[in-house]
Design a protein around this ligand. Sequence first.
Ligand code: MN3
Length: 211
Amino acid sequence: MFALPKLPYEESALEPTMSRVTIATHYGKHHKRYVDSVNDLVVKKSLPAGSMEDLVRLAATTGDRGLANNAGQSWNHGFFWESMAPLPTLPGGALAAAIGDLPKLREAFLAEGVGHFASGWAWLIVREGKLEVISTHDAECPILLPGVTPLLVCDVWEHAYYLDFKNDRKSFLEAWWDRLANWRFAEAQFAAAQVSSTQGGSGWRYPAPTA
Ligand code: MN3
């Protein structure tokens, strides 16, 4: 059984940018439902025991849309909670050096997130050693992309911001980047990407299931 990963802060810790009500709904209802659905599918389909990463890859191999959506969303949300911190941070060290022009990266990230049509995710990633901003659609999980290690993600599904920003995704993304982005986490992911660029083979992992 997979558990809902523990939030790295209190539900009210990201206020006022992300309200306690948004987190309670997003984490306690949306994310929980994806994880519950994965657990149900594992039992119903007698899927092999393994990690969430294994299930994301299995679903891609077998073309199982239900499993792909729920395992992908479970993973992406786990990564999303780690991508935020209660107090504003800035990139430092090797990551700051690799970024260079931070305002330019901010602009690219906002453009990607605002421009992504309908539901999805805006990511800062390392691909083959290079920083890149990409978006994935619906439940698409970056561990399936060859040579990619994600550093940060912002959820741009409406459920991530509608209660706090209504339909204003741009203001949400700006506030998210300026006040919530967890650059300590991004630095750790960046360091992990240097060690190994095998797909999903390094960096954050979804907590292992308990028997
Ligand atoms: Mn979400």
